[in-house]
Design a protein around this ligand. Structure first.
Ligand code: ADP
Ligand code: MG
Length: 252
């Protein structure tokens, strides 16, 4: 589904080069919920931006369902971003002037889709994520957890190949964060969604099928969940401790 092969990315600042991603390779299969963890500055956001081609990279190859997105022209790339990818950000990125229902419909409105079909999918997603009763409200009138579930619903509107989420629970209290992770789990189980989620939160990550831990631009470890989230959480905490040389587990 997603293949990242030998990816290299650096930033230039004056005459100094910062090598942020150094030979990163991994794959994500259809229907998988994959977490990406790692210390602040380890290149997680950079990696997501490379996958969606928001930023260029020097070396390597990224294939989405066999297609090299980087090789597409601007118009085709915009189409892939709207139809094949779904995005969820830390700060929700909802439009304040639109209702929750309208925000969820946005990817279909951009596509000029027929209203009836759009309405029925939006309603299905509103119900699935427990936000149907706030469908006619505006973003300022609902809670952070409801906003993020709206963002997850919007990301699913076009039935994308892959959802990219960058710290989706970063601005939420633990209860709202758990509700958002529940929304992802449901999207995976009921809609067959494929999700790649960057998170600093080991609790959120413990619900993933697999967690990729990054360090200094490399993949430090890949962990497959073979048990319940609580047991996987313990395994994750051990690896995060190892990541930090045995002290604490501060991530960002
Ligand atoms: N546009 C940019 N120009 C220069 N350096 C950048 C830019 N974006 C990110 N960086 C640097 O690249 C490194 C990785 O950043 P980022 O991918 O945001 O890490 P993470 O999301 O894991 O915290 C950091 O050291 C950051 O300062
Ligand atoms: Mg980041």
């Amino acid at each position: 589904m997603l293949q990242v092969n030998h990816l290299y990315k650096s930033y230039q600042s004056g005459n100094v080069t910062y090598n942020v991603l150094k030979d990163v390779s991994f794959t994500i299969r259809k229907g998988e919920f994959v977490g990406i963890m790692g210390s602040s500055g380890s290149g997680k956001t950079t990696l997501l931006n490379c996958i969606s081609c928001f930023i260029p990279y020097e070396k390597g190859e990224i294939l989405l369902n066999g297609t090299k997105i980087a090789a597409l022209d601007e118009e085709q790339m915009a189409e892939v971003r709207n139809e094949k990818l779904g995005f969820v950000f830390q700060d929700f990125m909802l439009l304040d002037g639109l209702t929750i229902f309208e925000n969820i419909c946005l990817p279909k409105i951009i596509k000029n889709a027929p209203y009836k079909k759009m309405e029925s999918r939006a309603k299905k997603l509103l119900t699935m994520f427990g936000i149907r009763e706030v469908g006619n409200k505006y973003p300022v009138e609902i809670s952070g957890g409801q906003k993020q579930r709206t963002a997850v619903a919007r990301a699913l509107m076009n039935n994308p190949l892959l959802i990219l989420a960058d710290e989706p629970t970063g601005n939420l209290d633990s209860k709202s964060g758990a509700a958002v992770i529940g929304a992802f789990t449901e999207a995976k189980e009921e809609l067959g969604a494929t999700i790649c989620m960057v998170t600093h939160d080991s609790f959120s990550a413990s619900y993933c099928d697999r967690v990729i831990v990054m360090k200094d631009g490399h993949i430090f470890k890949e962990m497959v969940r073979s048990s319940r989230p609580t047991a996987f959480h313990d395994e994750l905490l051990l690896v995060l401790k190892e990541l930090n040389g045995g002290v604490g587990n501060e991530l960002g």
